[in-house]
Every structure is written in C-alpha cells, then in structure tokens.
Design a protein around this ligand. Structure first.
Ligand code: SAH
Ligand code: F3S
Length: 432
C-alpha cells in the first residue's frame, strides 16, 4: 500500500486543501505517514504571501530531497507552485510535479501515471475549481470554503495572481458540506474565503445568495453552536451582513476585517480605496448591531513610501478601534505585484522598528481587553488539553484562549467564569 506525506504551510485555505488532497488519496487506497523517509509520495502545500514563506518552502524541499526514499516522488502544490511555476524545476531538478491551487483534482491522475517520476509536470495555469471528495469525520471547528480568489488587487498582494479571480461556490454545495460537517462532528463553522464577505452566488433562476443567507441557513442547524467567517474586506461589509450580528446569536461577536494601514495616502497606494471615515462608519454600525463585537485586523508596516507620520496614523487607528487578536507584518515585495516596483522602498531596519512599536501597542490593547473579561461568564468551546496535560484549553466567543483546570469528561461547550488574564490568554473555572 502506498504511503503519502503532506506538509502544509500558510493559511486555513491551505489546511483545508490539504485535508481534501488527503481524502482524495485515501479514497485511492493510500495511507498517510508522518515520516518523509517512509513515504512514496511527498507533497508540500505551500504559501507565497511573503518572501520568507516562499524561501521556507525551498529549504524544506532541499531537506525532503535528502531524506526521501530514492524512488519516492515529490512535488509542490499551492501558492508557491503558482508563483514560481516551472522555475521550481530549475531550483530543485529532482522535483516531480508543480501544481497550482486550482488543479488539485488532477493529482490522482498524475500520481497514477507510472511514468510520473520521469516527468516534470507543470500544471500551474489556473483551472476551474472542481468538486473534491468529502471528509468522513469533521473536526469540531470545521472550515468551509465558500469563495476562492480575489478581485481586489491590493498592490502588495500576490493572492489574486496565485488564487485567481473570485469564484463563489454554489449555495447548495456549501450547505451540503456544512450539513455533512454538522452531522459528523462539527460544532463551529468557519466560512472561508480570501474575500469571504464578497460571497455572491446566482442560481439558475437568477436568485442571488449572499454570505448572510449562508449564516441564516447554518444557524438553523441544531448541532452548530458557533458561526464565524474570515477574511472580510471592509467595504464589502453590507448591511444585510452587519444585521446578522444583531439577529443570529450563533454568529460570534468577533470579526477579522483588515485595515492594513491608518494612512489615507498609503491606503491609496495599496489600492485599498476606502476612507477612514467609511471604515469607522462600518465599525460603528457593527457595534450598533452587537455592542460587544470585537474587531481584529491585519497590518502592513513599511509599505513603499510610508513616512513616520503615515505610521503614526496606523498606531492611532489601532488605538481608536482597539483591535484584538491582530496580525502585523513587515511589507515584503512580491513578484507579480505593482508595489514591488514602486519607488521609496523602506529599509529592513525601519520596518523592523515599526513592527516592534506596532506590536507593542497591539499587545497592550489585547492585554487591557483580556483584563476587562475578568469576572465575566463566557460560553466557550473545548479545544483540547494543553501540552502538560494538566489543563484544558477552551476558546472564548472573542477567540481568546481560556485555560481551566483539568477535569474528567470535559464539556464541549462550557460556561466559564474568567478569574485572571494576561496578554496571551485567560484563566477561568467552569461554572456549568
Ligand atoms: N483577505 C486575504 C488576505 C490575504 S493575505 C485572506 O484572508 O486570505 C493575509 C495578510 O497578509 C494580508 O491581510 C496582509 O496584511 C498580509 N500581506 C499580504 N501581502 C503581503 C506582503 N506583500 N507583505 C506583507 N504582508 C502581506
Ligand atoms: Fe490580497 Fe487585498 Fe485580496 S490583501 S487577498 S488582494 S483583498
């Protein structure tokens, strides 16, 4: 029986794609292994969003080449495959295949070809997303992709190139996957998309389905207790979707809605053409719909031409919105993007300093928010035991980690009284 090894880099979409690839290989009688040296097929599912991520893939490929069985075939799939295409074969000549994110359904065909190891297959051109097999048991938190690709074309971002133009999946297909997940173990559903709130599907009768329709239908499934979605583009936060936070109690009061920068000049050069006023307007509407909603953002520091005053405005907006659970990155020039060719690229030292300052501000806000939770009762979802085995880890409705003392038969959903907090996590005791 053939064994396969898959290593996943990057975002939730890649984690999900790896599951589907594994399901496809299992269906063909192959089994998974965690050891490269045991594998007949080795697949790295890759991320190219920042240069460091791409470099990591190539150093891993070197390690795999040296550790694998001589006749094992190995290849890369995902965004680096799309980014570098056939050039990957020049860097690692022993590589057997390079497959972009839209071509995974062709993997079995490639792997079943006895000549595969003689071929350098480059299928990185974008193809239509085809149906892949279902998983048999769903994890407690199930990620369901509803939309792929992005039409926004932010000038720094390689995703529109690697993942292509936006495609929304059929409403019925998404609901079939969601129901299947609910019946096989899912308690929380997270809808996924590079531009998830841009979800728009028109059926054969011309009826239009939006993300709010998916949320409403999912909230009716008794097994599903929590719903969320990621990642949202600010100006696609339509009123019907904002209203969901008021009417659907299963929708968590937590939203990732990246602003990237607080400077209007930088935002314009990033091709994110919303005003700070429009952005704050959306935040205010969200808070009017659900008073306790918490917002998370992604930030980029050191975008070409970013001045000290631009950067100050980013700190200002972070303090004003009081973002929690955010991600911040140093700008990384990527191939196939306009910003990589812009003048006034910022030096590494300045980027590093700005990132440290921003992280300091974000951490402080996070700690303060965590402290406001002390004394509250929060309904949390069980995640598992910690590394020591002495504690249980739960996830709050605001996606904070909450640590409680070990108990036999931990409840999947528990009402927890928060007793202590620091920047990274909360502590509490189970009330019921
Ligand atoms: N909406 C998308 C975002 C894709 S990339 C999604 O969730 O799939 C995730 C984050 O990486 C972006 O929000 C941005 O903050 C960061 N990012 C993208 N390109 C970058 C680059 N060239 N340099 C640094 N950070 C980048
Ligand atoms: Fe990238 Fe901007 Fe789309 S960050 S994924 S181009 S919204």
């Amino acid at each position: 029986m053939k064994k396969y090894f898959i290593k996943t880099f990057g975002c939730q979409m890649n984690v999900y794609d790896s599951w589907r690839i594994a399901a496809m290989l299992n269906a063909r009688g192959m089994t998974a292994t965690k050891t490269v040296a045991d594998a007949d097929i080795i697949i790295l599912n890759t991320c190219s969003v920042r240069e460091k991520a791409t470099n990591k893939v190539f150093s891993e490929l070197g390690r795999v080449r040296d550790a694998k069985k001589p006749d094992a075939i190995f290849g890369i799939v995902g965004c680096v495959a799309r980014e570098v295409g056939a050039a990957a074969f020049h860097r690692i000549p022993e590589l057997n295949f390079v497959l972009g994110p839209q071509s995974y359904h062709r993997l079995p065909e490639i792997l079943s070809d006895p000549d595969t190891k003689l071929l350098n297959i480059d299928l990185t051109g974008l193809e239509k997303f085809d149906e892949l097999p279902q998983m048999t048991t769903a994890p407690t938190v199930s990620y369901i992709p509803i939309q792929e690709g992005c039409n926004h074309c932010c000038t720094y971002c390689i995703v529109p190139y690697t993942r292509g133009r936006e495609i929304s999946r059929a409403f019925d297909d998404v609901m079939r996957d969601t129901l299947h997940a609910a019946k096989t173990g899912a308690v929380e559903i997270c809808f996924l998309g590079q531009n998830v709130n841009g979800y728009k599907y028109t059926d054969e009768n011309g009826k239009i389905f939006r993300l709010s329709d998916l949320i409403r239908a999912t909230a009716k499934i008794p097994e599903i207790r929590r719903i969320r979605f990621t990642s949202s583009y600010p100006t696609e936060m339509t009123d019907d979707l904002i209203q969901m936070f008021a009417t659907e109690q299963k929708l968590l009061p937590f939203l990732n809605m990246p602003i990237q920068s607080g400077s209007p000049d930088v935002l314009r050069r990033m091709n994110r053409p919303y005003s700070l006023h429009a952005y704050m307007d959306i935040i205010n509407k969200l808070r009017a719909a659900r008073a306790d909603i918490q917002i998370s953002s992604d930030f980029i520091v050191g975008f070409p031409g970013e001045t000290d005053s631009d950067f100050e405005q980013t700190l200002e907006i972070a303090r004003r919105v009081r973002y929690i659970n955010s991600y911040s990155f140093k700008y990384s020039p990527r191939p196939h993007t306009a910003a990589a060719l812009m003048p006034d690229q910022i030096g590494e030292k300045v980027k590093r300093e700005r990132l440290a300052i921003l992280d300091g501000v974000l951490n402080e806000i996070q700690r303060e928010f965590n402290e406001t939770c002390i004394g509250k009762n929060l309904t949390c979802l069980y995640e598992g035991a910690d590394k020591t085995g002495r504690h249980l880890l739960y996830r709050t409705p605001y996606m904070q980690q909450c640590i409680v003392a070990r108990a036999e038969n931990p409840k999947q959903m528990a009402n927890i009284e928060i007793t202590a907090a620091n920047r990274a996590s909360l502590r509490g005791k189970i009330v019921d």
